[in-house]
Write a protein that binds this ligand. Structure first.
Ligand SMILES: Cc1cc2nc3c(=O)[nH]c(=O)nc-3n(C[C@H](O)[C@H](O)[C@H](O)COP(=O)(O)OP(=O)(O)OC[C@H]3O[C@@H](n4cnc5c(N)ncnc54)[C@H](O)[C@@H]3O)c2cc1C
Length: 379
């Protein structure tokens, strides 16, 4: 196996690295929506957003390999993720795969320029892991669907313009067969968005209530009843995106700094733990290379994305648990002047709890690995 890069790829890497050095914004604790939009626009203008997407929809038309190099360099430069991340990871790819030409031309360029931010509406109060049981209904009325129901845990709905929403268009047959994907304007009459307060003080999730919301049939993605297929490939992209965003090298560096600062680098238990984390980080990197090979060969690998999502999100939790443990009782402080590292470890610890739930829980990923990789029977 040859893991080296060609001279052209190395030249591309040098170009990206230089651009990022000159352009990555300084760490900004008070990132605003406007500064986040501005950073995404800058990435796009530099030709570094949706790099492998076709030029006709505003992408840079680069190769998958160049996209992979770009991803690596973004991590290395500690560059913030674009604010329209969900649209870039899975809404855009779903539009390219299932959308009409009109839908692609209408929506994809505005995703890249951040003119329109997207949220995802799968989960409902009575269906999260069992997404196929979604009840939010869409009833055809001429050239419109009339949507009624409630979604929950919608990340960023409060700042979003559009909703990638899974709805029920039929109650006949198996539950997954009656689902359809719609592209809903979140400013439509009948949409009400209520933020949910999080344990870490933030408020990124929302409940979304819909009463007689009219969505043009032209905004259906794919065929009626094709929602399960659309959502299944979008979930693979979401899980790969979550796994790919794990910055194990940086977390490891930070753990070592914390251990040094606490004078614990000679403690045998701490040394073993750090070595263990370093090994797991390397395993994640190797799995990342496998995933990159799949994407270079245009293969969607649901099993690997489930395994990587599981492994990566457990690893981030292990990093933040170790960080908090190294700090002792001070590790519990967050908004306090005595909090080490400005409370970054405790904030991270609380935030990372959600990672094994978002995009499908660890139990659900284990079921996928058990049934589809190991061939164990479905319980
Ligand atoms: C950070 C974050 C962001 C999110 N963003 C979004 C978003 O933008 N849009 C959206 O639609 N949703 C979003 N979600 C919701 C997320 O997808 C759901 O919370 C998740 O799928 C679990 O569903 P649930 O909360 O209903 O739990 P449930 O499905 O009720 O699960 C409860 C428990 O039972 C376990 N369980 C369920 N079924 C099985 C099974 N078959 N086998 C074994 N164990 C099982 C689960 O693992 C869990 O421990 C987000 C969640 C988080 C944490």
């Amino acid at each position: 196996m040859d893991l080296s890069y060609t001279p052209e790829e190395e030249a591309f890497r040098a170009k990206v690295r230089k651009w990022l050095q000159d352009n990555v914004p300084a760490h900004d604790q008070n990132r605003t929506l406007e500064s986040a939009r501005a950073w995404q626009r800058k990435l796009h203008e530099g030709g570094f957003l949706g790099a492998a997407w076709p030029k006709e929809y505003g992408g840079a038309g680069l190769s998958e390999m160049e996209q992979a190099i770009l991803n690596e360099e973004m991590v290395r430069a500690r560059a913030p993720q674009p604010i329209n991340q969900m649209a870039i990871w899975w809404v855009g790819p779903a539009l390219m795969k299932h959308g009409t030409e009109e839908q692609k031309k209408r929506f994809i360029p505005r995703i890249l320029t951040c003119e329109e931010i997207w949220a995802t509406g799968y989960s409902e109060p009575s269906s999260g892991s069992d997404m196929a049981a979604a009840r939010t209904s869409a009833v055809r009325d001429g050239d419109f669907y009339v949507v009624n129901g409630q979604k929950i845990w919608t990340t960023l709905a409060h700042i979003s313009d559009w909703y990638f929403i899974l709805v029920r268009t039929s109650t006949e047959g198996p539950k997954w067969a009656g689902l359809t994907m719609l592209l809903m304007d979140l400013k439509s009459p009948g949409v009400s968005i209520k933020p949910i307060k999080q344990i870490d003080g933030g408020s990124e999730f929302n409940e979304v209530f819909m009463t007689d919301v009219r969505v043009p049939v032209a905004n259906r993605l794919g065929d009626e009843g094709q929602g399960w297929e659309v959502v299944s490939s979008a979930l693979v992209n979401e899980r790969s995106g979550i796994a790919g965003s794990i910055r194990a090298d940086q977390s490891l560096e930070w753990i070592v700094t914390t251990a040094r600062q606490q004078g614990k680098t000679r403690d045998p238990n701490v040394r073993q733990k750090i070595a263990d984390l370093a090994i797991k980080g390397s395993i994640m990197r190797c799995a990342g290379l496998r995933s990159m090979t799949d994407s270079l060969n245009q293969r969607l690998n649901p099993h690997l994305s489930a395994a990587m999502k599981l492994m990566g999100t457990l690893l981030v939790q292990e990093f933040s648990e170790t960080g908090v443990e190294l700090l002792g009782p001070y590790g519990c402080l967050m908004n306090d002047s005595r909090a080490p590292f400005e409370g970054k470890w405790s904030k991270q610890y609380l935030g990372d709890r959600s990672m094994t739930i978002a995009g499908g829980t660890s139990e659900v990923q284990r079921n996928i690995v058990a049934q589809r990789v190991l061939g164990l029977p479905r319980r």
